[in-house]
Design a protein around this ligand. Structure first.
Ligand code: DX5
Ligand code: ZN
Length: 227
């Protein structure tokens, strides 16, 4: 696994906004454009209102993602995420993140992710204080700050989360990635970059664009300007 991807600037297109009738083609398109992190949004209709995809879909694309030198980044917006970690790891997930709001035994869940051979992330909803991840800072490979309330793609970026993201960057060691997710596109990417985050999820801005490869390249060009 290429751990350099955790701490470098990376665009992580979310397949939630892709055309599922030609998913492999859509993933290939953005990876040919230079994307190395593919974001998979898993929703259960309980933790969030929407129901999306499971390990079957992760398995369908993990081979091509790995062959292209990329990683599969699985965002679990589900209750009892500890029950599904082995299934996603077996399906080819490389990074798995869980919401603190959904984990009763967070330390144990992170241990399970590592035991399954994956990198582990902790995710906070917009209104969840940073202090809720304080005691697991040494147990994570990346942190994800939601800039929308999870459940749907195509929502507006919530700017009031920005100070929390900046504080997270100062709190986390340099070796820990900082990801943000929700409402990131051409009009918000500069503000997103200013927060100090290095991993940027984008769903509708990439796969909702007429030319996903061009849209991904444009966002990656903004990142490249920051080094
Ligand atoms: C929201 C998901 C996001 C979402 C991003 O619940 O976690 O990853 O798909 O979509 P956009 O970029 O359209 O906000
Ligand atoms: Zn997501």
């Amino acid at each position: 696994m290429n751990d350099e991807l955790l701490t470098s600037y990376q665009l992580a297109p979310s397949i939630l906004s892709a055309d599922f009738s030609r998913l492999g083609e859509q993933v290939a398109m953005v990876m040919e454009a230079g994307v190395r992190v593919i974001h998979v949004d898993v929703m259960d209709g309980h933790f969030v209102p929407n129901i999306t995809i499971g390990p079957v879909v992760a398995r369908a694309i993990s081979g091509q993602v790995h062959e292209a030198g990329g990683v599969l980044d699985v965002h679990l917006m589900i209750e009892n995420p500890e029950r599904y970690i082995d299934a996603f790891a077996a399906a080819g997930a490389d990074w798995i993140n869980v919401h603190v709001e959904a984990c009763v035994h967070l330390n144990m869940t992170l241990s399970l992710i590592h035991a399954a051979g994956c990198r582990a992330g902790v995710t906070l909803n917009p209104a969840t204080p940073l202090s809720h991840m304080q005691e697991v800072l040494g147990d994570i490979d990346y942190a994800l700050m939601m800039t929308v309330n999870p459940g749907f793609s195509g929502q507006d970026f919530i700017p009031s989360v920005i100070p929390k993201i900046e504080r997270a960057r100062h709190l986390l060691p340099d070796s820990t990635g900082l990801q943000i997710d929700g409402g990131i596109g051409p009009t918000t990417i500069e503000a997103a970059l200013d927060t100090g985050a290095n991993l940027f999820v984008a769903g509708s801005a990439v796969f909702g664009a007429p030319d996903p490869a061009a849209a991904a390249k444009e966002l990656m060009a903004s990142m490249a300007e920051r080094g």
